[in-house]
Design a protein. Structure first.
Length: 214
């Protein structure tokens, strides 16, 4: 199912756009591949609905003056107090030309190291940038946390399963998720190591004393 959104050209710019927001409109700009930037206007409620479903990694058809333009929702600005959407950047793409986009990572499954060993899940990446043709763009990449069975297990970029038509633009050895040991266990482990070091030092001192006696 294709997502579509109606838009209209916007002549008003600057401080006067505040009146448009009061009327339930959102000022926007469209730019991208082989196009001049255009000031646009979209209705608040329809956009909010589309954005919740599309995010920033799903193609949306922008209906503008009897033309259907494929775009990505590239950036959304919010009011610092009301948290309402204030401005949108649409990025126009061209079929047949590769694009780059951020794709959300969807974490599924349950880690044995967390559930049974009491570890803490550490997620270092929530999205990755990919390169692909518009037709091959996906909205999310699943990450199976079930692979984290021990504290030594780590999920890297190279472990992510994506179609061959998609290239992840990140170092293959970058860490996506891992499980850290419980803090208490770590502290106990450090305490044990400290005791062992103390014993070794004491033994060395005793050996020195014995050598001096001789």
């Amino acid at each position: 199912m294709k997502l579509s959104l109606k838009a209209e050209k916007r002549e008003i710019t600057g401080k006067k756009v505040s009146k448009l927001r009061e009327d339930g409109k959102i000022p926007a700009v469209m730019y991208g591949q082989e196009t001049e930037p255009k000031n646009l206007l979209v209705d608040y409620n329809p956009f909010e609905k589309v954005y919740k479903e599309a995010g920033e990694s799903t193609l949306v058809e922008l209906e503008l003056e009897n033309e259907k333009i494929p775009v990505l929702i590239h950036d959304v600005s919010y009011h610092p107090v009301t948290d309402k959407i204030e401005h949108i950047d649409f990025y126009k793409i061209k079929y047949g030309q590769k694009l780059t986009a951020s794709v959300e990572l969807k974490f599924i499954g349950e880690s044995r190291a967390v559930k049974e060993l009491g570890g803490t899940l550490v997620i270092t990446l929530n999205e990755v940038e990919v390169e692909c043709l518009p037709k091959d763009l996906i909205s999310e990449i699943e990450v199976d946390l079930g692979k984290l069975e021990t504290f030594e297990d780590v999920i890297h970029i190279k472990d992510l399963k994506v179609p061959e038509t998609i290239k992840i633009l990140a170092d293959k050895d970058d860490v996506v998720a891992k499980v850290s040991q419980p803090r208490v266990a770590e502290e106990e482990e450090k305490a044990e190591e400290s005791k062992e070091e103390e014993k070794k030092e004491e033994k060395k001192e005793e050996e020195k004393v014995e050598e001096n006696k001789e």
